[in-house]
Design a protein around this ligand. Structure first.
Ligand SMILES: Cc1cc2nc3c(=O)[nH]c(=O)nc-3n(C[C@H](O)[C@H](O)[C@H](O)COP(=O)(O)OP(=O)(O)OC[C@H]3O[C@@H](n4cnc5c(N)ncnc54)[C@H](O)[C@@H]3O)c2cc1C
Length: 501
């Protein structure tokens, strides 16, 4: 690699410690990159693309590095946006940010201006806007307000050929013509559209629904990039439309004894349009050992959390609905009360608590089926089938997620010293996929595609998968951007690292 050809104003690193640091994200994978580049401006990104092409290296864009599916690591160049390209350039209902800006920093500034971006992942302290776009991020309030895609108005990005594209301006001819052709073909293809329409709300892969929604090619390009895990372009500027804040009007927490009642109650509460409708199982409550999400009753199966932001009447209606079930405990928290904020703190602590439990017990908490998307009506049946599967495979598991939009984070625990660990991982993944197929669900949900799940997309999407390939071939025919992720073909355990961290 001739680094004298990389003439940028930002920095680059190829020392062992930096390469090691960027060999991991928050998934189970480890791949040592060849080089880490920290661009200071768009021109640096553009020059890095030219350099990568000349050197035959791939590029992985990386913002916060909290990806859970191995999509922010790779063997070529890691383009780290967090270091310099992290500024908020316009603040208001129309906000403009650079990709490396940490989400929590943006949220703090929005709070001061009574504004909100509802799609806030629990990882907001570490994730950044570029990765939020890359994964089409969600948060508890996605149940009511949508994913990050609903708040992105336009983007600037650098193509794999090295062009700078602003999606509010005319696209390069090949992109505009190619996109129009793919869109026309897709809109005439009833079979594929039906498959895509039948997927759960937050199902990932390229955002094919954008073909139905946008007629302007710039808008279409922007919304295809959202959720494309860095495989279509390198985002350098993000423009968002924000909302005025909608404070809570009260929150209910109920512990259910069985999943059928939990599912029925969730569907009924969902009709009240809560701002958030969250779920955790008994093991999460036990391990989080929090102020609210703690359990006294061993018979409890599932906890439902419902926050309302329309009116306190809705809180009361929700309370009446829940009271009709065989619940073990029902809490009501006043808006803005210390208990309400403790509750959300407990909720954010679920994953760190599960990880702590693993460290203490020398277990691995591999995110391999942590991103399930299903139809809300199937919540209970899917959890019960997965529980039964894990019992048969003798694998301990915890579940939590977003009941309001059919998202389940299923976290199986593995013994790193166990015999046939890779085989066990492949079995858990494959058999979970088989269960999801039965319910028209997917392993590719809110954390989006990547090394641990994309391998199933071809089977899941059938003929519609061809559109993913056509889109990729149009934007990046040489597979420069993040290869081996959305179009992964290797067994999911390839490149996994089993060190307990
Ligand atoms: C504790 C924890 C809780 C989480 N909770 C949630 C949750 O509630 N909801 C949720 O959706 N996710 C959640 N996640 C997953 C993850 O945090 C999100 O997907 C987040 O949006 C990723 O942002 P990031 O900046 O860390 O992305 P990164 O890891 O940097 O990148 C993610 C993907 O986006 C691409 N990308 C990054 N920057 C760019 C760019 N400039 N241009 C093009 N592509 C780019 C990368 O190549 C990669 O494929 C959680 C993760 C953890 C560890």
């Amino acid at each position: 690699m001739d680094l004298s050809q990389l003439n940028i104003s930002g920095g680059w690193h190829n020392d062992a410690a930096t390469l090691e640091k960027f060999s991991r994200d928050m998934s189970a994978y480890r791949i040592l990159p060849a080089l880490v580049v920290e661009p200071e401006n768009e021109e640096d990104v553009f020059k890095t693309v030219t350099f990568a092409r000349n050197e035959g290296l791939s590029i992985v864009s990386r913002s916060g590095g909290s990806d859970l599916s191995g999509a922010s690591i790779g063997p070529g160049i890691i383009l780290n946006f967090k270091k310099h390209l992290n500024r908020l350039t316009v603040l208001g209902e129309d906000t403009v940010v650079e990709p490396g800006m940490i989400l929590a920093n943006l949220v703090n500034q929005l709070n001061d201006h009574n504004l909100m971006l509802p799609a806030i992942p629990s990882s907001s302290a570490v994730c950044a806007l570029g990765g939020n776009v890359g994964t089409r991020a969600t948060g508890p309030k996605t149940a009511k307000y949508g994913t990050l895609d609903d708040f992105v108005t336009s983007l600037r990005f650098i193509t794999a050929r090295g062009e700078v594209v602003d999606t509010t301006q005319a696209l390069p001819d090949y992109l505009a013509t190619g996109l129009r052709q793919i869109q026309q073909k897709y809109l005439a293809d009833e079979t594929s559209r039906e498959i895509v329409a039948g997927r759960p709300y937050i199902a990932g892969g390229y955002n094919l629904n954008a073909f139905d929604r946008y007629t302007a090619m710039g808008e279409l390009a922007a919304h295809l990039l959202v959720g494309s895990i860095g495989t279509l372009g390198i985002v350098t500027e993000i423009r968002l439309k924000l909302m005025k804040q909608r404070p809570s009007k009260g929150t209910l927490v109920a512990h259910f004894r069985n999943y059928d009642e939990f599912t029925e109650a969730s569907l009924r509460i969902k009709e009240l349009d809560p701002a958030a409708l969250e779920y955790s199982d008994a093991s999460c409550c036990r391990l989080v050992n929090g102020k609210i999400l703690n359990l006294e009753d061993p018979d409890i199966a599932a906890t439902l959390v419902a926050e309302f932001d329309d009116s306190s009447d809705k809180v009361q209606t929700g309370r009446e609905i829940i009271k009709a079930y065989d619940i073990s405990r029902l809490w009501e928290f006043k808006a803005g009360s210390p208990e309400e904020s403790s509750l959300w703190q407990d909720r954010r602590r679920i994953l760190p608590s599960l990880l702590k439990y693993c460290r203490q017990n020398n277990l691995l908490l591999l995110p391999i089926i942590d991103d399930i998307a299903i139809h809300v009506k199937d919540f209970g049946p899917v959890i019960q089938d997965l529980t039964e599967l894990m019992r048969r495979l003798n694998v301990e598991i915890s579940f939590y997620g977003h009941a309001g939009f059919g998202s389940i984070h299923a976290r199986p625990y593995f013994d790193p010293a166990g015999k046939n660990l890779k085989e066990q991982i492949e079995t858990v993944s494959q058999e979970s996929f088989n269960i999801l197929q039965k319910y028209r669900g997917t392993l590719v949900g809110e954390h989006n595609a990547g090394r641990s799940r994309s391998v199933y997309l071809a089977q899941e999407l059938g003929p519609a998968f061809e559109y993913l390939r056509e889109i990729k071939n149009l934007f990046d025919p040489d597979d420069l951007l993040n290869p081996g992720t959305l179009f992964a073909t290797e067994p999911i355990s390839t490149h996994m690292d089993f060190t307990v961290r």
